[in-house]
Design a protein around this ligand. Structure first.
Ligand SMILES: [Zn+2]
Length: 181
């Protein structure tokens, strides 16, 4: 199984640059953002933003996503309809899912449950690579797997191999809803 390695991504794509590039792209404009589903059903707050942050060694390291705090075991929903690209099980992301939706890939880390023979299971959820998913579908539960000190979802979004600031996407979803899009 191919490993998903967040650290290989360049820190050159800063939050503002990525957001500007994203909003200027045709693909971004084509998507109806109001269809996006907030991935955490029970929201407790944000614990870490996209960009650089202090790592365990005391140095700055890139953080290619946002951390959304939520109660242990609470449901995680699929942001956008797509296909499971990878079931992850490593020391950093822990148990996780990488889902492909057109040119976008969305990453969910630190899940509860188990991964065996490439199948992620949690409660009624059983997912493996190649499986199709609806937007809003239950895809797992908040846990403590991988490198984490408290229950939260690490949520990342890539477009064409570049990490975006997920907060910009959440803002676009909210703006589209306000416009009735
Ligand atoms: Zn994170």
């Amino acid at each position: 199984m191919a490993r998903f390695i967040p650290s290989v991504c360049s820190r050159a794509a800063s939050a503002s640059l990525a957001a500007g590039w994203l909003l200027a792209s045709a693909a971004w404009a084509d998507l109806r953002w109001s269809q996006g589903v907030f991935p955490v059903a029970v929201f407790s707050g944000y614990t870490s933003h996209y960009g650089e942050r202090l790592g365990p060694s005391g140095g700055l390291e890139p953080h290619h996503g946002i951390d959304i705090a939520a109660p242990f075991g609470s449901p995680i929903r699929n942001w956008w309809g797509g296909v499971v690209k990878e079931v992850i099980n490593d020391g950093r992301c822990g148990m996780g899912l990488l889902i492909q939706s057109g040119p976008y890939e969305h990453l969910y880390c630190h899940l509860n449950g188990s991964v065996q023979a490439g199948v992620y299971r949690s409660g009624s959820v059983a997912l493996q690579s190649g499986q199709r998913l609806r937007g809003g579908q239950l895809i797992g539960h908040v846990g403590l797997s991988g490198r984490t000190t408290g229950p939260h979802l690490h949520w990342g979004v890539r477009y064409g191999g570049r990490w975006l600031n997920p907060a910009a996407i959440l803002r676009a979803m909210a703006a589209a809803r306000r416009q009735g899009g």
